[in-house]
Design a protein around this ligand. Structure first.
Ligand code: PRP
Ligand code: URA
Length: 207
């Protein structure tokens, strides 16, 4: 299922991202803020467990999400600010890394490095701001599925209708939380209106 956020604050932040005047630090900061909003929405019905902690007095069990059962997987580079932000909300979750680069001629994603913790039976939060053709996220899901997770949820910021459809028809069991579904892809497979290249905007590598 695809869930598009409707909160006006989210939409405002997406508009800030589209503005070319945003420098890299503000761009990453805004990506991080939207990532938090995606987590709140995606986990709003997540079960709570009893956690044994050391409170300021006495002894106690208090409720919280089972963070140990969550793996946050980021797609480099553009997913990095999302990973940091999600891990701030869920500090006891585990992190995994997939380094992928879209070939600018074929537009197909190429995996050049992966470092995943044990995903078996875990809830995966897969973070990548852009779903253009959907190729990167599909390749990421395929790899993750081979690690036998309990569930995969993707957190994305902007997607094209065609890319999202490709992901949801290939993996109907995956829930996709996204801040904004845009109009279309252009002939270079960039999202229109989109925000340009999220990795370049984040790390000042625009040529
Ligand atoms: C971007 C983005 C996605 C991918 C989306 O990464 O972060 O991973 O493109 O495109 P797709 O849906 O058509 O696969 P990119 O390959 O530009 O790498 P970068 O983050 O290092 O810039
Ligand atoms: N990757 C991006 O960062 N932006 C797009 O519009 C497409 C792929």
């Amino acid at each position: 299922m695809i869930f598009e956020l409707s909160n006006p604050v989210t939409k405002t932040l997406v508009t800030h991202l589209r503005d070319q005047r945003r420098d890299a630090i503000r761009f990453r900061h805004t990506i991080a803020e939207i990532a938090k909003q995606l987590v709140y929405e995606a986990l709003k019905e997540f079960p709570l467990i009893e956690k044994e902690i050391t409170p300021w007095q006495g002894e106690g069990k208090f409720s919280g999400i089972d963070e140990d059962n969550i793996v946050v997987v980021t797609v480099l580079r553009a997913g990095m600010p999302m990973l940091d932000s999600v891990m701030e909300l869920l500090p006891e979750a585990h992190a995994g890394f997939l380094a992928m680069k879209r070939d600018e001629t074929t537009h197909e994603s190429v995996l050049y490095y992966d470092r995943l913790p044990d995903c078996k039976g875990k809830n995966i939060l897969l973070v990548d701001p852009m779903v253009a053709t959907g190729g990167s996220i599909r390749d990421a899901i395929e790899l993750l599925k081979s690690r036998e997770p309990l569930k995969i949820i993707t957190l994305n910021i902007i997607g094209s209708p065609e890319g999202l459809k490709a992901v949801s028809s290939a993996y109907p069991e995956v829930d996709i939380y996204i801040a904004q579904i845009d109009e279309k892809l252009n002939s270079d497979k960039y999202i229109i209106p989109g925000l340009g290249d999220a990795g370049d905007r984040s790390y000042n590598t625009l040529e």
